[in-house]
Design a protein around this ligand. Structure first.
Ligand code: XIL
Length: 546
């Protein structure tokens, strides 16, 4: 039954709406190899629709089920709105017929509600909390149906591409602008799943490549990290006075533990000291290692001449000059920069309690847009000086566990991305164990997937697992190193793992604080006095796919 007042509009809609069936065809090949047979291809948002590739790797996903194409979604005479967990459908009908179904990102139905001849133009329902990180909401309201990606942050849900800070009003007209009506999943035993964001349900002859699962026998961390198509750089933090053969044998990625921080590199205004940083860069280049620059804009290890400056323009000029001079000096010898470091602050190092943007001189004087400006300055400088390939990262601690800081970070980083901030990747410091946060591999997996779904690379950037006396047991530590390495290996957007040091004896944790975790109690890394520990073999196994 249709409300008479809207009949005219509905007639119009009937003409304007393009009911498009799914029609996706393509070929799947093995990365670096030939066509792949018996790959299962399915869609997250449409249940029970699968295809299998033939000898030439070809598949076609075709359904007679009519899906409203994204261009016609704005014609649906209803709007969907989510506030926290409450989904409200507001339509012109006085009688609903249809369903709402929520799928997990691998196509499992998490929640389904049918409404047959439900009276009233408003319908509200609660989304269950167990819906995972990214899922899909599929609706049918009378003769109209469609699919909208759904994002969960903490216990709140959002329709994809909506601004997170305002009231969530997702009129379906907005769904028109959505770039992702659905996700296609290709899976085959012995291969990593591929997830491809779809721009439409009609895609002809798409070419998809898949990586085989690792079955490697690397005998060093770096060779195990590079052995399959999904290559991982394996890195360590080093000091310019300890550039060892062991480091060069095991690692192919390097971060200066302190030498590229502001206090060392620009101790007085516009007076630069690149000597210790250059020593690391030269050594890394001689040993065929890639380099991550750490870090351009950070509140800590910042000389007082910077923190004392007042005024937006003056601090902005100082920040710009620093970014450009430092990037200009190292040029393309550096493959990625931590442009902004640790812009969020919680009540403690575990990221609990109230979380906010940190009150640094950059935040206080320039304003909250300092992060976007720093990335824009870095991107523009790189692009104008032949360094288009340099990756720009945001790096922070406690992004890996499930706690307040993580929720805050997900929300703000998504806002930065929505706002066009040129960020290429997110560094998860992954300092685990007291006094830092503790996360499970499942937590890390979910948070990495969140940023990967925003189109970003992810890396483990400063890894250590502090035993802190016996607060973490050795077996817990081994499990964390093993399982989290596997998370990165299985995440196509995970491009590197960097450990925060080589030998336990040199770890920053030994002097990080004066509590029970200091001194020899941390035992947080993969080597002790140059000898491989059990933690080393666990990481090596995980990198080899064992
Ligand atoms: C640490 C270094 O390891 C120490 O040597 C130094 O005294 C303090 O900084 N987060 C970061 C790193 O981004 O730069 C920090 O490194 C550790 C926490």
């Amino acid at each position: 039954m249709i409300n008479a007042g809207f009949t005219g509009i509905l007639l119009c809609i009937a003409v304007a709406s393009i009911a498009a069936p799914v029609n996706i065809t393509g070929t799947i090949i093995q990365n670096g190899g030939g066509p792949l047979k018996d790959v299962t291809v399915s869609l997250c948002g449409i249940h029970n629709l699968t295809a299998t590739t033939d000898e030439s790797g070809r598949f076609s996903l075709i359904t007679p089920v009519e899906i409203i194409s994204s261009t016609a979604l704005n014609s649906v005479p209803a709007s969907l709105q989510i506030q926290k967990r409450e989904l409200v459908i507001n339509s012109v009908y006085e009688m609903f017929d249809g369903f709402i179904t929520i799928f997990s990102s691998n196509g499992v139905i998490l929640f389904s509600r049918n409404f047959a001849n439900q009276p009233g133009s408003l319908l509200s329902l609660k989304i269950p909390l167990h819906a995972s990180n990214i899922s899909f909401l599929r609706f049918k309201i009378n003769q109209y149906s469609g699919t909208i990606p759904l994002i969960k942050i903490g216990n709140d849900f959002y329709l994809k591409n909506q601004k997170l800070n305002s009231v969530q009003h997702a009129g379906l007209s907005k769904a028109k602008a959505m770039s992702a009506p659905d996700t296609l999943i290709a899976s085959k035993k012995g291969f990593y799943d591929r997830r491809i964001t779809l721009s439409s349900y009609t895609i002809k002859d798409t070419a998809i490549s898949m990586d085989s699962l690792r079955n490697c026998s690397g005998t060093t961390l770096k060779s195990a990290g590079s052995c399959s198509n999904h290559k991982l750089l394996i890195g360590t933090a080093v000091s310019s006075n300890k550039l060892t053969n062991l480091a060069a044998q095991e690692f192919n990625y390097v971060t200066a533990e302190n030498e590229m921080k502001w206090e060392t590199i620009e101790p007085r205004e516009n007076s630069f000291n690149f000597t210790p940083g250059d020593a690391i860069v030269n050594w890394a280049q001689q040993n065929g290692m890639k380099i991550k620059g750490h870090t351009l804009v950070w509140h800590a290890q910042l000389p007082s001449w910077v923190s004392q400056v007042r005024g937006r323009d003056r601090v902005l000029n100082i920040m710009k000059n620093h970014i450009e001079k430092v990037m200009g000096h190292f040029g393309s010898k550096i493959q990625a920069w931590d442009v902004v470091n640790e812009a969020f602050v919680g009540e403690n190092d575990a990221g609990e309690g109230t979380v906010a943007m940190r009150n640094s001189v950059f935040y206080n004087e320039i304003g909250p847009d300092y992060v976007k400006l720093a990335f824009q300055i870095a991107r523009e400088y790189a692009d104008n000086h032949g360094m288009q390939d340099i990756k720009l990262y945001y790096n922070d601690a406690s992004l890996e566990g499930d706690h307040n800081k993580t929720d805050f970070a997900r929300k703000i980083i998504k806002q930065w991305i929505d706002d066009g901030t040129p960020i290429d990747g997110i560094g998860f410091e992954t300092h685990l164990g007291p006094p830092n946060n503790l996360a499970t591999a499942e937590n890390l997996k979910g948070h990495m997937q969140f940023y990967a779904d925003l189109g970003l690379d992810v890396i483990i950037s400063e890894w250590d697992v502090n035993l802190c006396g016996n607060k973490i047991s050795k077996s817990e530590q081994l499990e964390l190193y093993y399982q989290m390495t596997r998370v990165c290996v299985a995440q196509p957007r995970c491009v590197a793992i960097t450990f925060w040091g080589i030998n336990d004896q040199d770890s920053w944790l030994n002097t990080f604080n004066t509590s029970e975790c200091n001194g020899a109690n941390s035992q947080s890394l993969l080597f002790s006095n140059g000898q491989k520990k059990d933690t080393y073999y666990k990481v090596l196994d995980a990198l080899n796919g064992k």
